[in-house]
Design a protein around this ligand. Sequence first.
Ligand SMILES: Cc1ncc(C[n+]2csc(CCOP(=O)(O)OP(=O)(O)O)c2C)c(N)n1
Ligand SMILES: [Mg+2]
Length: 625
Amino acid sequence: MNHPNPRSFGAGPGPAPGPVSGTAPVPSHAQGPATQGSAQGPGAQGSGGARTDGGDAVVGALQAAGADYIFSSPGSEWAPVWESLARRHRDGLPAPRYLDLWHETVAVGMATGYALVTRRPQGVLLHAGPGLLQGSMAVHGALLAGAPMVVASSESSTYGDGPGPDPGGQWYRNLSVVGGPHGFAAPWVKWANEAGSISTVVNMVTRGAEIACRAPAGPVYLNIPLEVLLTPWTEHPIKPVAQPGSTVSAPSEIEAAYAVIAGATNPVIVTESVGREPGGLAALVEFADALQIPVVEPNSAVCTNFPRNHPLHAGGDLEPFLDTADVIVLVNCRAPFYPPSRRPARARIVVIDEVPHRPHIAYQVLQADLYLEGGVTATLRALAQRARTDGVGLSRFAQPRREAQAARRSADHQALVESEQKAAANPNTIDPVLVAARLRDVLADPAFQPAQGTPDDPVIVDETITHSRVVTRHLMRGTPDSYYYVQGGLGQGIAVALGVKLAARHRTVVLTIGDGAFLYNPVIPSLQAAKAHDLPLLIIIFNNNKYLSMKMNHLRFYPQGAAAQTGEFLGVDLSDQPDLARFAEPFGMHGETVDRPDGLRPALERALTAVRSGTTAIVNVRVSR
Ligand SMILES: Cc1ncc(C[n+]2csc(CCOP(=O)(O)OP(=O)(O)O)c2C)c(N)n1
Ligand SMILES: [Mg+2]
């Protein structure tokens, strides 16, 4: 059924696709929804497989790429996909599961959360240029988070002026964008292109999925014109996409790096995202243990990388090490120094990262002396193995290092306990530290564990701003995939948490979020998705009634300015917000607002009980700062 399509890649409308065999021409200026010729109907048998169309090719290609889900925020171009899915469901044929979602941020954010946990590329269908624009902030977030997905939407190639099916006048009048949506998607995805012909659509989807899951993983975008989706296609088996191969560092490179690291007196490891790699957290533990090197997980960490309770965890601040360390090992650490030119006084810098230079980062300074660019998990294991066979070089340093780290940890633990005691001392207002500490305790309390099965291993998805350090310090644990900081712009947190829950239904998923961030979320479509797809979340709002970060930023630039003198801080006030817990009501969810410390723990217990019984709970905590 393939027919020549002379259109070039790129922007211009070009000639219309050639005649579609067996398809009666339809009026080209009709403005209604797309009309399909009868021969394009599903299930019409050709000589080979079923005669379907481009929609089915997309579904088949996503299936072959291993997508478990298609997350969609609908548009008129997707009728061919819906038709394919309806046919596959009717005929008992395989297909990715399809979720209709009510907002682009929800579709993309859920794909992000799901891909973060599974590390597999998913399909996301949005509507034309406008739907892609609406979802673009979340797509950018997926790029920063390293979440693989194939995002697709359409453009028209005929605008109704072709002999083929009529796309509908909205494409001509409202939807078209000069250069095509792939033109404006390009800077915030890994790869953007147009699948301009039915002949290439399957391989374009495959190629997109394969690119998406290569390091650094991220979203790709494909413009699949509506006319391509409506073009007849003879179903044929699509080869399943193979798993990516692995990259490894040469033994000589490992040896050179090992010599530098093992020869150091005062080394430190820094990581932001080793936990994103399959087996990365365990491999880092193995490596750090083997060489007794402390691990700093800076505040820019995006996921769980190293157990917080491990004796070698050295907190979230690299600064104390910067001028004393003689070797700094950066493991998946895209932006270790700030300002970027802040040079460690004397350390040699070993970078372990499969792709150290993230193409999406505009400015990046690693100050490397040595690179190990093989797969990170394998590299860390090889270094640990090398250390175990060595022993001699290490023994003279191990003891003093261990002692220094033990002293650091004990001081840090003391400070943590004191900050929680201080937070608990005020009987009238709720300090944010108290929220994180109580939440941690309730989540760990055996009385609130699931009735049967394995003990819970909660996942924290964090979209707080000024409270994010409190969350990581007092709440983050360190089992694999148990913490994610929402990347990019505000407003995706609920969706990302839903995607995480979709991939980890047996774990409690907690969203910690500021009041401002909550208000940026598409709350109604997000809660609808939670309900419709049975994805109960525990949502904890750190509500300080303002955009505190904006005020802090203002004061940083103008400490004695007019705003500081008069108290007129613009861009800060959220005092006329409604009671955010009440958004739960129309969905039959659990919601409560807490403003006194003694009410906190019982409220968290009730909320967790609701979540364990399958209902999303929103706890709106009025915090003192
Ligand atoms: C989409 C988007 N718009 C605007 C911002 C800028 N911004 C960063 S933090 C912030 C305020 C967040 O308020 P809240 O969640 O209440 O946290 P708080 O500052 O009070 O800790 C804003 C508006 C952003 N990050 N993303
Ligand atoms: Mg706030």
